[in-house]
Design a protein around this ligand. Structure first.
Ligand code: AKB
Length: 320
């Protein structure tokens, strides 16, 4: 059988980031060259119809080896993970999926001589004793969620595979990601997506974080641009081989509600903090991303109001 050469694999392609990143990569590399993979078939028609899809469970290495009989991959984006809030419900499984999944992909990439691997980290690598304002690239890290611990350990392993085996792994510490195309699943920052949907559907939102909980956030177009820019940067410019701090904006539930009220003055918000409050309270409020800016020219485009304007415009269009 002849293998399809120069293919790109996106694992976790049906998720919030994966479903948008896959489409962006297809625009750049051609639809047929970007293989979307997940444990379930995509619900999103554009993802399903625009290019190849494969069922892959990262905990089953044979799924990856089977793909290697049909494709020669030059890049892998490994996005499959259990996020912060869901991770706390089943910590052992979250650890297994996040860590064993990463090892299976890193080993597969080495074996198949894949040129570059992308793996997302998160602001969850920081913890209660990390500086909360302008959190530096290198600082105290004492994450206290299983998700944060797995991301911190994953960063160490990515750097290890780079130093020890020369695998070109690249990574970003995403803040909360906000987009209109897909819903996030099981994170602490999910409220900042949900609030837009509920504002349009109900005119009111009950927030699971308290009104003054400030967290770093980013609009999806910026997250896609950062990911693609990092992967396109010449290897010598990628000086951080654990994971880069990345920032765009920080806001509280009260501030995002006020941003929505510029469009819908009658929109109301109430607060009913749950267990996710404790997670949010252990995370930074703002991030210093000067290393990403210096090394490969990171520069975000969206702030809270420009994001709100764009989110509401798109969601209104989709709902009509
Ligand atoms: C989460 O809330 O768990 C994620 C993250 C910040 O990594 N969105």
């Amino acid at each position: 059988m002849t293998k399809q050469k120069n293919a790109i694999l996106v694992i976790g392609a049906c998720g919030q980031l994966g479903s948008e990143l896959t489409l962006e990569l297809r625009k750049i590399y051609g639809d047929a060259n970007v293989v979307a993979a997940d444990i379930q078939y995509p619900k999103q028609a554009d993802l399903r119809e625009s290019g190849p899809f494969e069922i892959v469970d990262v905990l089953t290495p044979q799924h990856l080896t089977e793909l290697a009989s049909r494709y020669k991959f030059k890049q892998i984006y490994h996005l499959a993970a259990i996020l912060s809030a869901t991770g706390e419900k089943n910590p052992k499984f979250a650890w297994r999926l996040n860590m064993d999944g990463l090892f299976n992909v890193l080993d597969f990439a080495l074996e198949q001589k894949v040129e570059k691997v992308y793996w997302p980290s998160s602001i969850a690598v920081f913890g209660p004793n990390s500086p909360r304002q302008n959190t530096p690239q290198d600082t105290i890290m004492d994450p206290n969620t299983v998700y944060g611990i797995s991301k911190q350990a994953g960063e160490r392993w990515c750097e290890y595979y780079f130093n020890k085996y020369g695998l070109d792994v690249r990574s970003l510490r995403y803040p909360g990601l906000i987009g209109y195309k897909a819903l996030p699943g099981g994170g602490t920052t999910d409220y900042a997506v949900d609030i837009y949907h509920q504002a349009l559907a109900l005119g009111t939102y009950k927030c699971f974080l308290s009104e003054n909980t400030r967290l770093p956030m980013m609009y999806m177009p910026d997250a896609l641009k950062a990911t693609i820019d990092l992967m396109h940067a010449p290897a010598e410019q990628v000086k951080v081989r654990s994971s880069y701090n990345l920032a765009a904006m920080s806001f509280t539930p009260q501030e995002i509600a006020a941003s929505i009220q510029r469009h819908y003055p009658d929109f109301t918000i109430t607060y009913d903090p749950d267990s996710r409050q404790q997670i949010a309270d252990s995370w930074p409020q703002s991030i210093n991303d000067s290393a990403a800016r210096q090394d490969w020219g990171w520069n975000p485009q969206y702030d809270l109001h420009t994001m709100t304007d764009d989110m509401l415009r798109h969601l209104k269009r989709i709902n009509n």
